[in-house]
Ligand binder design. Structure first.
Ligand code: GEK
Ligand code: PPY
Length: 258
């Protein structure tokens, strides 16, 4: 008998995303379940142009906004990629990271990844991973809120209220970092960037079938807004300035100042 049980899975996840590789009679709506959580690092890197750059730089940007003895929120944290970047880059006295996700599968694995990060580095910011709906949670004053590709999964009628709550929770001098897939109001622009995004997925090894089935899985659950809609809604939520800092094809990231 072994003295210690073998780990359930390797710490570094290299499982390829083949979730939509076989033809499905009916493509179900996309959900963040165990199957998705298992392949998520591969899926998001091959699907979102600029994702690794955005994640790493959220850590760098956060270093400019984090204030001593305050909270940093990672909303819709999935496996905690942004939380890990925050912990690598922010070395400010008394800061704490709160990662929130409502998918049990994501939260379980996120905790494992963060334990692995704890084992590898010293003096990382303390972190708490909370399984909760970001529409129903209690807020505490924060100097940074990151929402990396999460708002697009929130029902459109709830988006303004959520951003208003985030605005109220932010300390002066803090920031919201909001990354989203974009829709374009100009039809030609929208078609061009959509085609270029399909080319990006193809170049990353997805077949036409995988691309088509994934599109139909997400079309009712992931509803992107235009940059103009984001800007207007952030201003309506109380933010004083909205600064795009990254765009790659139809994916962008903004800094919103309270
Ligand atoms: N109401 C909600 N409450 C809490 N979590 C939610 C809610 N709705 C969706 N989520 C969670 O938001 C995450 C969106 S993925 C974020 C990537 C990550 N930020 C990353 O930088 O790797 C984006 C994507 O897959 O395109 C999922 O884990 C959902 O469970
Ligand atoms: O926009 C797309 O085509 C995507 O595939 C984005 C995405 C990435 C990861 C999970 C869900 C949606």
């Amino acid at each position: 008998m072994r003295a210690f049980p073998a780990p359930r899975r390797p710490t570094v996840n290299r499982q390829p995303d083949q979730l939509f590789a076989q033809p499905l009679d009916q493509v179900p709506d996309f959900v963040f379940n165990e199957d998705v959580a298992r392949v998520f690092p591969d899926m998001i890197k091959r699907s979102v142009p600029g994702y690794p750059t955005i994640v790493e730089n959220i850590g760098v940007l956060a270093g400019q906004f984090a204030q001593p003895n305050s909270l940093l929120y990672d909303l819709g944290s999935s496996l905690g990629a942004v939380t890990q970047a925050l912990r690598r880059h922010v070395q400010v006295e008394g800061c704490r990271v709160i990662a929130v996700d409502n998918s049990v599968a994501m939260v379980e694995r996120c905790r494992e990844y963060l334990h692995a990060q704890d084992a590898m580095f010293q003096e990382l910011l303390p972190v708490e991973v909370i399984e909760a709906d970001i529409l129903a949670m209690q807020w505490q004053p924060a100097s940074l809120v990151a929402m990396n590709f999460t708002l697009q999964f929130i029902a459109p009628e709830n988006r303004l209220e959520l951003l208003s709550r985030i605005h109220r929770t932010l300390l002066p001098g803090g920031a919201l970092i909001l990354s989203e897939k974009l829709r374009f109001e100009d039809q030609q622009q929208h078609a061009l960037l959509t085609d270029l995004h399909v080319a990006f997925k193809r170049a990353n090894g997805y077949s036409e079938l995988e691309i088509a089935q994934k599109r139909s899985a997400i079309e009712n659950v992931m509803l992107p807004d235009s940059l103009e809609q984001h800007r207007e809604r952030l201003l309506a939520a109380g933010f004083s300035n909205v600064v795009p800092w990254f765009q790659c094809l139809n994916f962008a990231s903004l800094v919103a100042l309270p």
